[in-house]
Design a protein. Structure first.
Length: 131
């Protein structure tokens, strides 16, 4: 387990986003990218009624989540009142990886994985691609 400050975590997410080619970042429309310490009931349900959304996982830890409509689903019509949200979770990254280098690398993979969902790529294909 490797712990990092909130500022370090935010910098790692920003660096991951900086590594995404501009044409993909510019294609993100009405998407907020946020950082949270831990997933909550909204993300995972309750102990009595859990659910497991498509997202980035390490063991049973949810590392990241895309909550919204992919551009493929938007083709059928979309009112962009509320932004879709990509959430990257700090606590699960810290618990799953043992060094700063591993945490930063996995944050990068998580960011790409969740952006992939925005573009309509499913979990199976993202895992095949290494994300």
């Amino acid at each position: 387990m490797f712990q990092m400050s909130d500022e370090e975590f935010e910098r790692a997410v920003e660096e991951a986003l900086d590594g995404i080619p501009d044409q993909f970042i510019q294609a993100l429309q009405n998407v907020a990218i946020v950082m949270e310490d831990e997933p909550n009931e909204y993300h995972l349900g309750t102990p009595e009624e859990p659910f497991y959304p498509e997202g980035s996982y390490c063991d049973d830890e949810l590392l990241g989540l895309f909550d919204g409509l992919s551009i493929v689903e938007r083709a059928d019509g979309y009112d962009d009142d509320l932004p879709d949200v990509i959430t990257i979770f700090k606590g699960p990254h810290e618990r799953c990886f043992d060094s700063r280098e591993e945490v930063v690398e996995e944050i990068g993979k998580t960011v790409i994985h969740e952006i992939g969902h925005y573009f309509g790529i499913d979990d199976d294909r993202l895992y095949e691609m290494g994300y």
